[in-house]
Design a protein around this ligand. Structure first.
Ligand code: SAM
Length: 183
């Protein structure tokens, strides 16, 4: 399982991008989303998304001390990946990361990430060595990790779901199949 820890969130300016980090975590295969500093509005919004579109995330929480969270994760749960443009190349790291069968905590930052995270991470991984976005870095990393298989997995108990179509928009109730008939 993969959990995403978003650190350095600035409630006055990062609401939209942090929401996108959480939505991408959910849509690209993560099983948990953790946030610091706390922003209840974002947590609430992601919980709403989960009840409407279906459950992928078993945990959506604020964490009080993200450094302690990372230390505990390493002690009792699994490995830690920090996404940073300074890190090792994705192509090299991803094979090693896929080989570990343990759960992964994926850290993404906002502004400057404190040194301790670089030291605690089992892998500091770059998605290219140019500065870009936590949303893009997360999406590319997860897609490589899961080889693209995460995109069309089915969430549990959706209220609504999309029927893929070449043109137009087809949305059915979660309990209906793609023909529109109830299951
Ligand atoms: N300047 C900041 C620093 O010193 O870490 C990074 C700011 S960047 C807008 C915010 C986050 O996006 C980073 O913490 C990192 O998680 C992610 N990010 C940006 N570019 C990246 C890249 N090329 N590879 C991996 N992650 C990246």
């Amino acid at each position: 399982k993969v959990y995403v820890l978003r650190i350095g969130h600035r409630p006055e300016r990062d609401k939209r991008i942090t929401t996108h980090v959480a939505l991408v975590a959910r849509a690209f295969g993560a099983s948990g989303f953790l946030l610091n500093p706390c922003d209840e509005k974002i947590i609430e919004k992601i919980r709403e998304t989960e009840s409407r579109w279906g459950r992928f995330l078993e945990e959506i929480e604020c964490v009080r001390s993200p450094l302690d969270y990372v230390r505990k994760w390493k002690e009792s749960r699994g490995k830690v990946v920090h996404l940073t443009m300074y890190g090792m190349k994705l192509d090299e790291a991803i094979e090693e990361i896929k080989d570990t069968k343990s759960d992964l905590l994926l850290i993404v930052g906002a502004e400057k990430v404190p040194r301790e995270y670089y030291d605690l991470a089992d892998w500091n991984v770059s998605v290219g060595n140019q500065p870009h976005s936590e949303v893009a870095a997360l999406a590319v990393f997860l897609d490589r990790l899961f080889d693209g298989k995460e995109l069309y997995r089915e969430p549990a108990n959706p209220q609504i779901k999309i029927v893929p179509s070449r043109r137009g928009k087809r949305v059915v109730k979660g309990s209906e199949d793609s023909e529109g008939a109830s299951r």
